[in-house]
Design a protein. Sequence first.
Length: 258
Amino acid sequence: MVTSHPEPRIALVTGAAGTMGKAAVAALLKDGVHVVMADLDEKALDRARVDISASCPSIDVGRKTHLSPFDVSNREACRDAVRRATDAVGSINILVNNAGILTNNKALETSQTEWRTVFAVNLDGAFFLSQAVLTSMREKRWGRIINTCSYAAKSGGLTAGTAYSVSKAALVGLTFSLAAETTKDNITVNGIAPAYVRTPMVTEQLTDEQRKRVEEGIPVGRFCEPEEFGHVVSFLASPLAGFITGEIIDQNGGLQFD
């Protein structure tokens, strides 16, 4: 039996002002989900909401979204943000841990500060927010946690740096660990591992030569579009994905088969 979702469905999407975050928010809004949009900069969130409104003209985006600027690397800020969102719109039952920063420095060029900063955003934030929402999900006996991982975790980073690649590998481990301990609570925890989504974070950190070489090296011959990522978020958040947990869905255009 497919377990129906609670009403209302309320999602918290981090990194919501970025290209992939906006795609995830738009996909969830189209599914009737109320979305708490989280990012560091409130002005960037305002601009993102305008962009999403333009792409979803049939949805009252202003009414169906709630803006929440905070730093995911700060545990107390994560807890406070979840409390504020719960007070404002209700309990979070879908968490999309999408906030992330990319660096391209390999091991010998990676400073301690870079290492700690990348892990604080890419891994710690996902852990802190998962902690903050799990009690409510368990009480309601329904929840979805979706982590934005990366092909870099599996490849070691084709162009991505050491800190980024290792932080995403650790996020895969967190996904497995949370999935193992929450299955009995009707909570699913999954990851999406894209390779080279067409975002400024990727394309602007590559030279023209690197970009051309990478694109030619992807068997499908192109970058992943943000809307394709958003579609997978939508699926994993749906009731019909309730039999999938502890899974990392590769979105790498054929770079590697499992």
